[in-house]
Design a protein around this ligand. Structure first.
Ligand code: GP9
Ligand code: MN
Length: 637
């Protein structure tokens, strides 16, 4: 009896030891990853402790559930799946500086299309992140010599672990709220969520959000469009009369420049201009120097969405994937109704970003994708067809399409990881501490050179007289992971404010009839549609647009980012902090309160339209519109 008890005690102790070792190992690994691989911006010791503590509840949860379902095997499966989840997030983070969301998972097809980019985010040392999996398997399965019978967890122990996870998570949450109140309600920023509740809990939270999102669409009804219309009517600024119809009846070539940021414009490297051609071209057109991208996880596709709809993309996933079956009344559709033929030219797989499906919803007549281009090994590099060939072949296509046309070209060569064949490097690479930034200068320089070929050929073509160009950057190319190097190049410390300002992208309208001018208004991609439609002199009857004509001098200057940050004429508001936009100095936080409030309202309104698929009720609601018109006239009187 005594002997048996002793044996049991010893066994229990060993069991607890194995539990502790396996849980401890995963905890250690996850803490290492959260501290060292993700850049979560830990600001004080309290946050450091939260970050070190937050893996625990999620580990108990997944191990507990594993044991509950399949005992020892289940625990190992949880260990392996948990490790894979961490690793996939690491890869994703290296590429996008963001964490995976469920809608984003549908986009694994994109990873296949990433070509050389995917290899650049794998590191040989990553193998170390899996060594513990072997140790765990060894502890759980091989240390079971008959006499020791070390580890045979009972199902009910799994249940206990999973239950204990709940109060632990609540402790975690309460602790996190000491740093940020209403953490789970104010979730524009995934970085912050992961910092406070840990990566695995974040995924659980994301799953809950997903469920809510799906419910919203099912439960939505036409009444929900009314507050949005009222809000937009209230905020509405009239279109600029001087520019109305300056490009009436003309063709439009919109050129989306991949990863092109404003900081390269009029800037030099080794004493040479990085974009010599664009620098000159912008002197002959209407150029905007305070124009920001507003994309989130959907990158290029988000910029396309902003342009087509003048609505904000979603905060999770790419709206091109998540809401491609929604009803829209996008700009191409309206242009089509006004006699335009509409197309997109982009030499990538047509399924990338789900474009082939979404373009139908946006009313784009024709998508010239990779299969419509002559793509060979000789004329391709990295992501695919080199821009010079893309431009040349696209111009040939344009000469043949029915006029008036609206076509949008999307370049590709200046994409991460920014590599080029030797003979296309027209400038020495940079000498900062980031290879990515160093190469970026070269791909930007290349893009400028081939843009020159395109525009010069365009000018010589018959198209020139009847066509305007709208050239803009789709989003940043250099992520905040390269802040230090960016600081070395720009010769200043890249703080939160500077990082925000780096989100500016160039915007240029060019063509006969467009007077040269530099415009400093603060705007973003959401403003493109009303600006362009006004220049084309087309009445755009879709009232659900969040943009404001960039050319109206009385416009509301407010550029809202998907994170709920904003830039206005005076201020820049970033995650609760406030800066003077001119000087970059941090000022009293309260000064930005109204801006934050408006930003939030704006995003909430836009989201309600997308999540509820509310544009399907537009025709119904339009019946009441004449009333609104009358009201407006009254107000004007
Ligand atoms: C792919 C291209 C690049 O077709 O648009 O996409 P990105 O990674 O920039 O969103
Ligand atoms: Mn892009």
């Amino acid at each position: 009896m005594f002997k048996k008890e002793k044996y049991l005690n010893k066994n229990t102790m060993l069991k607890v030891l194995v539990y502790a070792l396996v849980i401890g190992m995963f905890w250690l690994k996850m803490t290492y990853i959260q501290f060292n691989i993700f850049d979560l911006g830990v600001e004080n010791t309290n946050e450091g402790f939260i970050l070190a503590f937050n893996p625990l509840s999620s580990i108990l949860l997944i191990f507990g559930l594993g044991i509950l379902v399949a005992g020892r095997k289940g625990m190992l499966v949880s260990y392996i799946l948990g490790s894979l989840l961490l690793y996939v997030n690491i890869l994703f983070y290296r590429e996008y500086s963001d964490f995976i969301t469920i809608p984003m998972l549908e986009q694994v097809v994109n990873l296949a299309g990433m070509g050389s980019s995917i290899t650049s985010i794998l590191a040989a040392t990553d193998a170390f992140l899996f060594i513990d999996v072997l140790v765990a398997a060894f502890l759980l399965f091989y240390l079971k010599a008959e006499r020791l019978r070390l580890f045979l967890p009972k199902r009910r122990e799994g249940l206990v672990l999973a239950i204990v996870a709940i109060p632990l998570f609540l402790v975690n949450l309460a602790w996190a709220e000491t740093e940020r109140t209403d953490l789970l309600q104010r979730t524009f920023d995934r970085n912050m969520l992961v910092k406070y509740i840990g990566l695995i809990n974040y995924h659980v939270y994301d799953a809950v959000l997903q469920g809510k999102t799906e419910m919203k669409k099912t439960l939505a009804d036409s009444n929900e469009l009314v507050p949005v219309i009222n809000y937009l009517n209230e905020k509405n600024t009239p279109l600029n009369a001087e520019y109305a119809g300056v490009a009436k009846g003309k063709n439009v070539i919109a050129i989306s420049l991949e990863s092109t940021q404003t900081f390269v414009v009029d800037n030099k490297l080794h004493g040479e201009e990085i974009t010599p051609y664009f620098n000159d071209l912008k002197e002959e057109g209407l150029y905007f120097d305070n124009f920001y991208h507003q994309v989130k996880q959907g990158r290029t596709s988000d910029s396309e969405f902003l342009l087509a709809n003048s609505m904000y993309p979603t905060n999770r996933g790419a709206v091109f994937f998540t809401h491609s079956s929604n009803e829209y009344e996008a700009m191409p559709e309206v242009l089509g109704e006004n006699g335009y033929s509409t197309s997109v030219m982009h030499a990538n797989d047509k399924t990338f970003w789900n474009r082939n499906v979404m373009y139908d919803s946006l009313g784009i007549d024709k998508f010239y994708s990779k299969e419509d281009y002559n793509v060979t090994e000789e004329n391709s590099y990295g992501w695919g067809l080199l821009d010079e060939h893309f431009f040349a072949q696209s111009l040939d296509k344009m000469k043949k399409i029915e006029q008036p046309f609206y076509t949008r070209m999307i370049t590709l060569t200046n994409h991460h990881p920014f590599t080029l064949p030797e003979d296309k490097k027209y400038i020495e690479e940079g000498n900062t501490s980031s290879g990515t930034l160093n190469r970026y200068f070269q791909t930007i320089r290349y893009q400028d050179e081939v843009l020159k070929q395109f525009v010069e050929n365009f000018k010589k073509s018959e198209l020139y007289d009847d066509t305007i160009l709208m050239i803009y950057g789709d989003h940043f190319g250099i992520s905040e992971n390269h802040q230090k190097a960016m600081g070395e190049y720009l010769g200043k410390d890249i703080n939160e404010f500077e990082q925000f300002q780096l989100q500016r992208v160039p915007l240029l309208f060019y063509g006969k009839g467009i007077e040269p001018q530099v415009n400093h208004t603060v705007g973003g991609q959401v403003d493109l549609r009303p600006t362009l439609m006004n220049m084309l002199g087309i009445e755009d009857n879709n009232p659900i647009q969040f943009g404001h004509d960039l050319l109206n001098e009385d416009r509301r200057q407010l550029m809202v980012t998907r994170d709920g940050d904003f830039a206005s004429e005076k201020y820049v508001g970033i995650q609760g902090s406030c800066y003077d936009r001119q000087t970059g100095e941090e000022i009293e936080a309260e000064l930005c309160d109204p801006g934050f409030k408006q930003a939030k309202e704006e995003l909430t309104m836009s989201d309600s339209v997308i999540y509820g698929d509310l544009l399907r009720y537009l025709d119904e609601t339009r019946v009441v519109e004449p009333m609104d018109e009358q009201n407006k006239q009254k107000q004007e009187e």
